[in-house]
Design a protein around this ligand. Structure first.
Ligand code: CP
Ligand code: NVA
Length: 320
């Protein structure tokens, strides 16, 4: 049966560590000039219904580094669900390509695509979840702290797709998660119920309570893609939720700051925090590449993941 990468909840804890281990290996070997053409001759179709910098570039570059090819389909190109049904897009693409990535609004579109496609589907962000970002973020944390389980992570901001994926990540990786959102912007009911039922951490409307003694302070834009008409109201509603020096003073001494980007400087985070020595935002962005390469290899060549030491001898690159 084919696997998809739609959410973190479908992963077993062992699969997460396998993925992160493979990502770390691909990263260090790339830096040593080793090539891994694990996906030679394979094609990825990337359906984008929203803009992107990181997701597009890292999937396209990652596929090239793995010896494959990626095709970018811009929001107006195929009109998924409008010019042609999701089902027909899925069935056609499955005849030509080996893998599909989709960035879209309704999570149901991503699920339907995965159901109708006979090739694996990757969720490149929906209004519900952003699992590729979390794969990169967990790799970043693993490489910075060594272990995830002992961390206290504060998510300060909107209870939207990133917050949901953080709740899924906490369930999988076992760290303590504190979610701070203004009233009315809490995560979806099922996610809040899970946070409480599985004792993953707390939900509060007080950023200080979330940040006190935390090892990681994470934030995201106050106005996500598709919510632009609410921007002014959100700026008001979130004004006490900025990640700044005053808030960071309450975190653990060696605490780090994370942001999935794009950032709205001076809104959810100050320049000082984003560009300062505690910021890991560029490591996160870089790790999108390595984590997603691991996801693609896992979906198309699972035997490589079960042998993280490598089933092929990597070739020394002459061009790097
Ligand atoms: N973090 C992230 O997904 O960035 P893009 O929207 O630029 O892809
Ligand atoms: N919550 C943001 C994340 C961007 C990567 C959005 O959905 O726009």
């Amino acid at each position: 049966m084919k696997r998809d990468f739609i959410d973190l909840s479908s992963l077993a804890p062992g699969e997460l560590s396998g993925l992160l281990g493979l990502a770390a290996r691909l990263k260090s070997e790339l830096k040593n000039g080793l090539e891994h053409p694990y996906l030679r001759g394979r094609t990825l179709a990337m359906i984008f219904q929203k803009p992107s910098l990181r997701t597009r570039i890292t999937f396209e570059t990652g596929m090239a580094q793995l010896g494959g090819h990626a095709i970018y389909l811009a929001p107006d190109d195929i009109g998924i669900g409008e010019r042609e049904s999701v089902k027909d897009v899925a069935r056609n693409l499955s005849r030509w390509v080996d893998l599909i990535m989709i960035r879209t609004f309704a999570h149901a579109t991503c699920l339907e695509l995965a159901r109708e496609a006979t090739v694996p589907v990757i969720n490149g962000l929906t209004d519900l979840l952003h699992p590729c970002q979390l794969a990169a973020d967990l790799l970043t944390l693993m490489q910075h702290f060594g272990e995830l389980r002992k961390l206290k992570i504060a998510f300060v901001g909107d209870g939207f797709n990133l917050a949901h994926s953080w709740i899924e990540a906490a369930a999988l990786a076992g760290f303590e998660l504190r979610v701070a959102c203004p009233a009315g912007y809490e995560p979806g009911k099922n996610f809040v119920a899970r946070l409480r039922r599985e004792r993953l951490g707390i939900l509060t409307d007080d950023p200080l309570e979330a940040v006190r003694g935390a090892d990681v302070i994470y934030t995201d834009t106050w106005t996500s893609m598709g919510q632009e008409t609410e921007a002014e109201r959100r700026r008001q509603d979130f004004k006490h939720f900025q990640v700044n020096h005053a808030l960071m003073r309450h975190a653990a001494r060696e605490a780090i700051v994370m942001h999935c980007l794009p950032a709205h400087r001076g809104e959810e985070i100050t320049d000082e925090m984003l560009d300062g020595p505690q910021s890991l935002v560029l490591e996160q962005a870089e790790n999108r590449l390595h984590a997603q390469k691991a996801v693609m290899v896992w979906l198309l060549r699972p035997e490589i993941l079960s042998n993280v030491a490598g089933s092929e001898n990597p070739k020394k690159s002459v061009s790097r």
